[in-house]
Design a protein around this ligand. Structure first.
Ligand code: 13P
Length: 249
């Protein structure tokens, strides 16, 4: 079923004491919308965050994982490790991982398979770069990213996938896609799914927008019919701002 979700991607921010402080600020917030709230701290803070938010209406999710079940992959974290501390959802394919750690459609397809095989939910990120948009190629780039990493899956796998469209040029830049640009791309993404898997899969898909979402622009972006929520970076590091976005629905 399609849901409203607001997920905070903390990226490589917050040590343990900063994490504890942010969690205590988050606990003081009141949720007045129907959005599911997720937060994604770094690996070292996942367990603490999970334990400290057990009683709260917040899901703790991971920012990444490896595609192998286990083995000689120094510095990596597996699906099983995440699950063993209670984590049920993982962000995969963030543009920063694609750009700085050479994640490709092929390696992401494997990560998606491993996550789903371990009964985890995936927030799958993708989005075009500025040069793609300037060249008018944003739809073909996005279509390729989705097809190459996800279209080997059977239709029922999509109940455990959330899509996150994050145009690279809008991440951390203060420049947001306009609500119209976000809506156009989200409608295109839904159409792409419909062409392959039919109306029901497309209609049920939760599609998040990410890229400089702030309290001041969230309402307008979330007001678009094909935008089902947001993946929030910078503004998720402040509890007031994050819940202003959560409550923008
Ligand atoms: P900003 O909200 O800081 O632009 O980051 C978006 C993002 O990358 C979330 O994953």
């Amino acid at each position: 079923m399609r849901k409203h979700i607001v997920a905070g991607n903390w990226k490589m921010n917050n040590d343990l004491s900063q994490t504890a402080a942010l969690i205590s600020d988050l606990k003081e917030q009141e949720k007045t919308s129907d959005a599911e709230v997720m937060i994604a701290p770094s690996f070292t803070n996942l367990w603490h965050t999970f334990e400290s938010t057990r009683e709260d209406d917040i899901e703790v999710v991971a920012q990444n994982m490896h595609f192998a079940e286990n083995g000689a992959y120094t510095g990596e974290v597996s699906a099983r490790m995440l699950k063993s501390i209670g984590i049920r959802t993982v962000i995969l394919g963030h543009s920063e991982r694609r750009a700085y750690y050479n994640e490709t459609d092929e390696s992401l397809a494997k990560k998606v398979d491993t996550a789903l095989a371990n009964e985890m939910r995936v927030i799958f990120c993708f989005g075009e770069e500025l040069a793609d948009r300037k060249a008018g190629n944003e739809e073909s780039v996005v279509e390729g990213q989705i097809k190459n990493a996800l279209f080997h899956l059977p239709a029922d796998a999509f109940t455990n996938i959330v899509l996150a469209y994050e145009p690279v040029w809008a991440i951390g830049t203060g420049e947001t896609a306009s609500p119209g640009q976000a809506q156009d791309m989200h409608a295109f993404i839904r159409k792409t799914l419909e062409n392959k898997y039919g109306h029901q899969v497309a209609d049920d898909m939760t599609i998040l927008y990410g890229g400089s979402v702030k309290p001041g622009n969230a309402k307008e972006i979330f007001g678009k019919p094909d935008v089902d929520g947001g993946l929030i970076g910078g503004a998720a590091l402040n509890a007031d701002d994050f819940y202003a976005i959560v409550n923008a629905f």
